[in-house]
Design a protein around this ligand. Structure first.
Ligand code: HEC
Length: 124
């Protein structure tokens, strides 16, 4: 009986392990069909890509920095989506001394990635 229980426990944890192993490729292919908001969030939160959390508090993001202002109520403050896009593309246009990297001008992110991030940030 004891070994039977153990066998079940083992089978369950193997299934869990296989499930978690299966997760990585699954989420990668899920990204194909993901909305621009989901893709933008991923790029914005990725420490090697947007790393927006390095300087901004953003809802849903962990361990934010506070060099920049919290990104909240964005649609109210940026009724024009293009103005928000431009700010992310090159923050030095509005503030030549900005500490925010000019992601578009420096080609740190593609125009598509910045467009996706804009869609995400606009939901905040
Ligand atoms: C190195 C720090 C830093 C990083 C990284 C950074 N920002 Fe900023 N950001 C700032 C600062 C500082 C400001 C304040 C305005 C200025 O100085 O240009 C700002 C301002 C902004 C604003 C305007 C906020 C407002 O209240 O009008 C937006 C939108 C914004 N950042 C979005 C982003 C996004 C999206 C990312 C990631 C792709 C990002 N930032 C990455 C520092 C940063």
């Amino acid at each position: 009986m004891k070994t039977f229980k153990h066998a079940i426990a083992t089978a369950v944890s193997v299934a869990a392990l296989l499930g978690s192993l299966g997760l990585a490729p699954m989420s990668a292919s899920a990204a194909e069909g993901a909305s621009s908001v989901d893709k933008g969030k991923e790029v914005a939160f990725d420490r090697r890509l947007g790393n927006c959390l390095g300087c901004h508090a953003i809802a849903g993001g962990d361990l934010p920095g506070n060099i920049g202002p919290p990104l909240i109520a964005m649609k109210a403050r940026y009724p024009e989506r293009q103005a928000l896009y431009d700010q992310i593309w090159d923050a030095t246009k509005r503030n030549p001394h900005s500490l925010m990297p000019p992601f578009g001008r420096h080609k740190a992110l593609t125009d598509q990635q910045i467009s996706d991030i804009t869609d995400f940030i606009w939901t905040l």
